[in-house]
Ligand binder design. Structure first.
Ligand SMILES: [Zn+2]
Length: 282
């Protein structure tokens, strides 16, 4: 068992809110909670449970991968149940592998910016968001890219980012830290959790592309298990956070490509997405 798994297991049960219970026939989602300071909670969902079938079985949370929309809605309801009590809705983004950050108002996306209700069905095109409201849980969808959760409970701010190869190179996490700092957070106070993502041993890229990512995100270059050029998303993200003064960084260090309980696009191609979620508690 790796370090991050020990941390996740150790924190579970101690900090995790009691479940309200879920619908019959579906296991509750979630793999554990992390030290985000009192006033904020985070969660990484997994694959088991849920209502999706075929290549999306079972707790697929993405409405953009070809799954039955009704199954996705039911799965999102299960997650909304799991983050209770507190958030009344889940905010999702239309993730585009960019570095745009948006503010999420507690009452829902502004009219015209998205179709979103309880359980959400989309959001503005962006790859990071933050909020100061306990009304909403922020959800980032992934299947190999890293979900990154940030909290400054003292400032009553939480944020979440979708950081794959492109997001790492474009600096989506630094953009999120900057936006949260402008809203009152302090980097030295921020706690960060980097969720499950493809590991450097598995993430092979063409040499020229790996070199470009490494140039944009120093510290991310690695050699894969096959001895080829690769990108270590986690190392690159940690380096970015460290340079910004965010030093309290935890990991759920599971590799998506090596973990059957997580969706992995590299491993499976057509597949679902799990989520990293973060929210403020009252
Ligand atoms: Zn791996």
């Amino acid at each position: 068992m790796r370090e991050g798994q020990r941390a996740a297991t150790g924190a579970a049960g101690r900090r995790w809110p009691a479940s309200r219970g879920t619908r019959a026939g579906a296991s509750p989602p979630g793999t554990g909670a992390f030290a985000l300071g009192s006033g904020a909670r985070g969660l990484f969902t997994g694959r088991p449970g849920g209502c999706s079938a075929g290549p999306f079985a079972g707790l697929n949370l993405s409405a953009a991968v070809g799954d039955d929309p009704a199954a996705v809605r039911r799965n999102r309801d299960l997650v909304l149940d799991q983050v209770a009590p507190g958030p009344a809705w889940l905010a999702w983004l239309r993730q585009v592998h960019g570095a745009r950050v948006v503010y999420v108002p507690g009452g829902g996306w502004p009219p015209g910016s998205a179709r979103a209700g309880p359980g959400g069905d989309g959001g503005p095109p962006a790859d990071a968001m933050f909020t100061d409201s306990p009304e909403v849980a922020l959800g980032i969808l992934v299947a190999d890219c890293a979900p990154v959760l940030l909290a400054d409970p003292a400032a009553r701010l939480v944020g979440a980012a979708h950081a794959g190869r492109a997001g790492l190179a474009l600096g989506v996490v630094p953009e999120l830290v900057a936006a949260m700092t402008a809203a009152g957070a302090q980097p030295g106070r921020i706690r960060a959790v980097i969720g499950p993502a493809i590991c450097g041993g598995c993430y092979e890229l063409p040499a020229a592309l790996a070199a470009r990512v490494s140039a944009a995100a120093p510290g991310s270059a690695c050699v894969t298990r096959r001895g080829t050029p690769g990108v270590d998303l986690r190392a690159g993200l940690r380096a970015q956070l460290r340079r910004l003064g965010v030093r309290r960084v935890s990991d759920d260090a599971r590799c998506t490509a090596e973990s059957a309980e997580l969706f992995s696009y590299r491993r499976d191609g057509t597949t679902g997405r799990f989520a990293g979620l973060i929210w403020l508690t009252a």
